[in-house]
Structure formats: structure tokens, C-alpha cells
Design a protein. Structure first.
Length: 287
């Protein structure tokens, strides 16, 4: 695989080369993290690679690469979305499923790119898409880009290979330390430690810094269940993925997402931190 146009992310390059060499390339990839431009660059590179027929792909000069570069290749489909939110509907997913059953026009494979799948696909569209992921037709490659793969259902993630792109997390050392303390408290048997550490969420500014950091670390922990790459603290993420099931990690992420949304509506932060503590304990204690 020719990575001349794709800079950095050496771990991702190594993993993709290994998959290509072993001929174990998955039918669905989730390109997660970093920034939208980097995710799009990799999606475009992989699309070219899939349709290019040169010995070293993508060559960048053949007709297939030219068409891919200019978004006119008949075997590369970009999910269009609709409405004010640019959401991907169930109807479009059904259309993708229909197109999947048609043999490629020019290439040996059909590529379907779904950008910002974590933001543009609702639960109904994801459930419809799951049916195709479970029994994918031959010669199909799905490329999903996500800012936070952890927000996708476990059923979808478990049928994809998640690639976590390297990035500057944007979190300060102090923010990561506070987030780590809360997350470690979740795994302890004593509730006192969790109550003490979640008290920092009583401050709105701190809460809006710490909660996203917690979500990012939990997303890494979730990714470790299907891959071996992380963006932030691999040691902490590994601890969490070992002590918590995927269902519990997803539940924690959903709680954090709700808390962040609630903060924007000027909720009483003391009550919110107490609620978060209770939800974290409920999720981690359930069997």
C-alpha cells in the first residue's frame, strides 16, 4: 500500500500494510479520531487503493485513481445524507444494500464511504446497516469515519476493524489526571472514592473539560476490545477494558454524553455530579 500522500500515523500504516500482506483485509473499517481532514484523507486513500489495479496501490496516475481523486469512480459510493442535519436515512441504507448486490462496474470491489457515521447515522439507520455488516456481499469495502467510535453501537463496532488515528488530544495534563481519577474510582469497590473524585464536576468549566476526556479514554477502552490502538492513556484504557464489559463501557459513555448535553441546559451541577456518580455505580455494579 502506497502511503506517500498520507503523513504520520505510522501505527495505522503498519497495521494496514500487515492486513494487506496477509490478505486479511476486513470488509469494514472505522477510521476514528484525529480530525475530519485526516479521516477524510485516509478514506480517500483507501478508496483509491481498493479500485487501483497497479502493482503498488494506489499508483495515483491510472484512470481508476484519477476517477477516485475526482469522485467520479462508479464503484465508489459516498453516503449523501439529507435534510438540515445531513443525516443518513434508513432509505439510503437500503439503497446501499441494494447497490451492494450489484457486481462492480470497473474495479474488482465496491467501496462505500460513510463520513461522520457517529453523527449522521441514527439508531434506526445503524440497525438497518447492521444487517449488511453481518452478511456482507463479496467484493465490498465499507469505510466509516468517526470522531468518537465509542458512540456507535457495540453490535456495529464488533463487525468492523477500528483504526484510531493519532492526534493531539487537546486535553491538559491536569484534565487527564482528573478524568483518570474518576475512571479508576469507577472500578473500585468503595463508593467514597467515586463521590470524592466526581465532586470536581460541580464546576461547569471543569466538567466540560473533564467529561470529554473521560469519554475519550473510555472510547479507547472500547476500541481495545476490537483493536490494539489507543489515542490517550493505553495503560488506563487497558485496565478499564479488562475490568468492564463492552456493554458497561458503552453505558458509561452514554451517561457522559447525556451529562454534557444537560450541562448546556444550565442544570444544577451539584445534583448532576450526584446523578453521574449514581449512574456510574449502577452501570458498573449491574451483572
Amino acid at each position: 500500500m502506497n502511503f506517500e500522500s498520507f503523513k504520520n500515523n505510522e501505527n495505522i500504516k503498519s497495521e494496514l500494510l500487515s492486513l494487506e500482506k496477509s490478505r486479511r483485509f476486513p470488509h469494514a473499517l472505522v477510521l476514528n479520531g484525529s480530525n475530519a481532514q485526516t479521516r477524510e484523507e485516509l478514506a480517500n486513500l483507501l478508496s483509491k487503493w481498493a479500485v487501483c489495479k497497479a502493482s503498488e496501490r494506489p499508483c495515483g496516475v491510472c484512470p481508476a485513481c484519477y476517477k477516485a481523486e475526482h469522485n467520479i469512480h462508479p464503484d465508489i459510493y459516498f453516503a449523501k445524507g439529507s435534510g438540515k442535519t445531513d443525516g443518513i436515512s434508513v432509505a439510503e441504507i437500503r439503497e446501499i444494500t441494494r447497490i451492494c448486490s450489484i457486481i462492480p462496474n470497473e474495479a474488482d470491489i465496491k467501496v462505500f464511504v460513510i463520513k461522520d457515521a457517529d453523527k449522521r447515522m441514527g439508531i434506526e439507520a445503524l440497525n438497518a446497516f447492521l444487517k449488511t455488516l453481518e452478511e456482507p456481499p463479496q467484493s465490498i469495502l465499507f469505510l466509516l469515519t468517526t470522531e468518537d467510535a465509542g458512540s456507535l453501537p457495540e453490535t456495529v463496532l464488533s463487525r468492523c476493524t477500528v483504526l484510531n488515528l493519532e492526534q493531539d488530544s487537546g486535553f491538559t495534563d491536569n484534565t487527564l489526571e482528573l478524568a483518570s481519577k474518576i475512571l479508576l474510582s469507577i472500578t473500585e469497590t468503595s463508593e467514597l472514592s467515586l463521590l470524592k473524585n466526581t465532586a470536581v464536576l460541580n464546576d461547569k468549566t471543569t466538567a466540560l473539560e473533564v467529561l470529554p476526556a473521560m469519554r475519550a479514554i473510555l472510547s479507547d477502552a472500547l476500541s481495545l476490545t476490537v483493536s490494539d490502538e489507543t489515542i490517550l492513556s493505553k495503560e488506563l484504557s487497558l485496565t478499564l477494558s479488562t475490568k468492564l464489559t463492552k456493554k458497561k463501557i458503552i453505558g458509561l459513555i452514554e451517561t457522559i454524553n447525556h451529562a454534557i448535553y444537560t450541562i448546556s441546559r444550565n442544570v444544577n451541577l451539584s445534583l448532576l455530579s450526584t446523578w453521574i456518580c449514581g449512574e456510574f455505580r449502577r452501570i458498573t455494579w449491574q451483572k
